[in-house]
Design a protein around this ligand. Sequence first.
Ligand code: CO8
Length: 261
Amino acid sequence: FGDKKYEHILTSTPVPKVALVTLNRPKALNALCTPLIKELNEALQAADADPTIGAIVLTGSEKSFAAGADIKEMKDKTVTSVLNENFIEEWGNMANIKKPIIAAVNGFALGGGCELAMMADIIYAGAKAKFGQPEIKLGVIPGAGGTQRLTRAIGLYRANHYILTGEMFTAQQAADWGLAAKVYEPAQLVDESVKAAAQIASYGQLAVQAAKASVHQSAEVGLRAGLEFERVRFHGLFGTHDQKEGMAAFAEKREPNFKNE
Ligand code: CO8
């Protein structure tokens, strides 16, 4: 991860074990054109495959996380062309990344930008962030999870209000309703997100990834099946070095030395 130069994104490793991916299409407020999504998928898959990386931070600029799918690219598409290319199907690839992703959202997270943030595992918002699903104003509806993930995050009636009116909501509202886990000063947001990612990356990765997979399972299945999934993953961790080490370190009052095995 991190060696390749991209056109629409920047990649770096600000501290060990943390991959930082920055959307970088400033003239279009990070509108998510297809080439950008392809680069993003490539960078996230590279981070997922890199054993030295434990967690990922995805951010944009202070003005805009991402102002949505690229409207200029979309405007001439037809039903035949979107069906033939299965338009936006590849956006969902981000939800298949095994390592935790923190979306650090400053500025606009609108339409596909809000949906992209919601494909991450944790959202931290800069105090001036503006979220919204304004697709209705363009004659369409959210197409990359907005009606599903926003509804699960903030509740059905509130989601209906924002998706049907296209109104934006603030960072503080996002936090009050459980969409954003924390709100930071805009200038501190990325540093704080990298710190949290470093903390997550310091733990045993098998446990971290089992935790992520189990939490996500709660959106897929009923409670009984979800509890069963959780228990199987929990039991499986007793076969790992990191479980022995984590519990031994606690008993011996020392720091654990996790090996991701
Ligand atoms: N697509 C393409 N270009 C954009 C987009 C966008 N979504 N958003 C902003 N831009 C461009 C503007 O056209 C402008 O370019 P130019 O300088 O060449 O005219 C530049 O970015 C700066 O934008 P503004 O001048 O408009 O900046 P303001 O600060 O005045 O306004 C706003 C900022 C409020 C964010 C405004 O730009 C805006 O309303 N943008 C559109 C927001 C929107 O409707 N997003 C939803 C898009 S639809 C969508 O995401 C569907 C998702 C479906 C699933 C995914 C499908 C791929």
